[in-house]
Ligand binder design. Structure first.
Ligand code: LLP
Length: 434
């Protein structure tokens, strides 16, 4: 899906920009986001809902995958709403100019301050638990009715890494399904709350379609219950979770297949249970932004462990991509300045951090390389920058947006000054200058 090609200098080009030139210009490591790929994915969701779902629909970008001003602005310009999960994400989306009517605020432990910020901003709050529901009911008394949706735990299992499953019964997220009646009746009596919909999310990087079919059935039952209590619940958000291809071995359904399945399942459940069609919402993150970005690194030192493996180190690692060390995620990479060279070596790509586990890719086939060559790790748009850290006080990389041969900075590279900006040195600790 990336608008990539190999140019006549045997270098990788993305969005019409030579990756090696980008690195020379913007430094290394570098997140390179292909605008066309991101926009195409937004349109695939949008157009396929129009095609397969007879009612209204709304796509919400789960910005936890990558929240920054430019991405919020791009998805909003494609007509998507934005899901935020903290005051910081909310602030970023608002700063990007996203209309609060198109913002949904999630989270299983929003602070009172965050709730006040959300109420003031006018976004819709996806309520996760009793404490939040009661806090909101009391906050909202003083102003006009607050728009909420209710997050429920559907009790649906799916096959993905246990850290990123959320729909099973012992998940920390959402109201227990046994409490649906109680929650709905509380909401129906809270004049200050206007419940517009119901939400559930079952997990991430999911390759099967069946869990979302099952989810549709469960959620339509809840919709029916809400209607019977006279609640104006017209929106149903089935969450995100569609997996993407990180290596050749991955074979996820297409966006079209996913949207078709979800749409048909909701329509079928509504017909079977005689419930009017809701506004169908979904909340993809990874499948929108994941394939649209690559990370370029510069190759450095090399260590050969005879008969075992050869390490090749890059100038980044778990601080800019914590997914391999966190979830044992697998990535694919190419050498951007030797695109057609034969793959003659099996290598382990190590990060620069002081941890043996800081390995980005195990046993990858690469051509003969030299220090200074550019390694490009593919599909790094989701949960890389958003989970990046300053471990070992490594500054966060820059990010550029590429399109039609133009590159614009969307994330300025952090400097050493940025790293100490929030540090404070109490007077009594100041060292005597020598
Ligand atoms: N909606 C809710 C309520 C979510 O919790 C999530 C993801 C999404 C939507 C978007 O799911 P997606 O379409 O991106 O699968 N850090 C992990 C992934 C955590 C996912 C958290 N929730 C990773 O790097 O794999």
């Amino acid at each position: 899906p990336l608008t990539a090609k190999v140019n006549n200098r045997d270098c990788l080009e993305i969005g019409g920009c030579d990756v090696t030139t980008l690195v020379r210009q913007f430094g290394s490591p570098l997140y390179i986001l292909d605008e066309e790929t991101l926009r195409t994915a937004c349109r695939q969701y949008r157009d396929n809902f129009k095609r397969y779902y007879p009612g209204n629909s709304q796509i919400v970008y789960a910005s936890k995958a990558w929240n920054c001003l430019a991405i919020c602005a791009i998805v909003a310009s494609e007509g998507l709403a934005v899901d935020v999960v903290s005051g910081g994400e909310l602030y970023t989306a608002i700063s990007a100019g996203v209309n609060p009517e198109w913002l949904y605020f999630h989270g299983n432990n929003k602070s009172r301050g965050e709730l006040e910020f959300a109420v003031e901003s006018g976004c819709t709050i996806v309520v996760d638990n009793w404490l939040e529901l009661k806090t909101l009911a009391s906050l909202a008394n003083t102003s006009s009715a607050v728009k909420i949706m209710l997050r429920l735990t559907p009790g649906i299992e799916c096959h993905t890494h246990e850290y990123i499953r959320t729909g099973h019964l012992d998940s920390k997220f959402g109201f227990d399904p046994n409490q649906v009646d109680e929650v709905l009746s509380f909401v129906s009596q809270a004049a200050s709350l206007c419940c517009v919909g119901i939400h559930a999310h079952i997990g991430s990087q999911i390759f099967e379609l069946q869990p979302h079919r099952d989810l549709a059935g469960v959620m339509v039952q809840w919709l029916d219950k809400a209607a019977s209590l006279g609640l104006p619940v017209t929106r149903l958000n089935i969450g995100g979770g569609l997996g993407i291809c990180y290596t050749e071995a991955d074979d996820p359904p297409s966006i079209e297949a996913w949207v078709k399945t979800v749409s048909e399942s909701i329509v079928a459940s509504c017909q079977a249970q005689q419930v009017p069609l809701p506004t169908l919402m979904c909340e993809p993150g990874r499948s929108l932004v994941g394939p649209a970005c690559v990370t370029a690194y510069t190759l450095g030192s090399r260590k050969e462990v005879p008969d075992i493996r050869t390490y090749l180190s890059v100038d980044g690692g778990m601080s800019d991509n914590p997914r391999p060390i966190t979830y044992q995620s697998v990535y694919r990479a190419v050498v951007a300045n030797r695109m057609s060279a034969p793959l003659t070596e099996t290598l382990t790509i190590a990060g620069l951090h002081c941890e043996s586990g800081d390995v980005l890719i195990k046993d990858i086939q690469l051509p003969q390389t030299e220090p200074g060559d550019i390694l490009v790790v593919m599909s790094t748009g989701a949960y890389n920058y958003s989970m990046a850290s300053n471990y070992n006080r490594v500054p966060k990389p820059a990010g550029v947006l590429v399109k039609d041969g133009e590159a614009n900075t969307i994330l300025q590279r952090e400097t050493y000054q940025d790293l100490v900006r929030q540090d404070r040195l109490p007077e009594r600790l100041k060292l005597n200058s020598r």
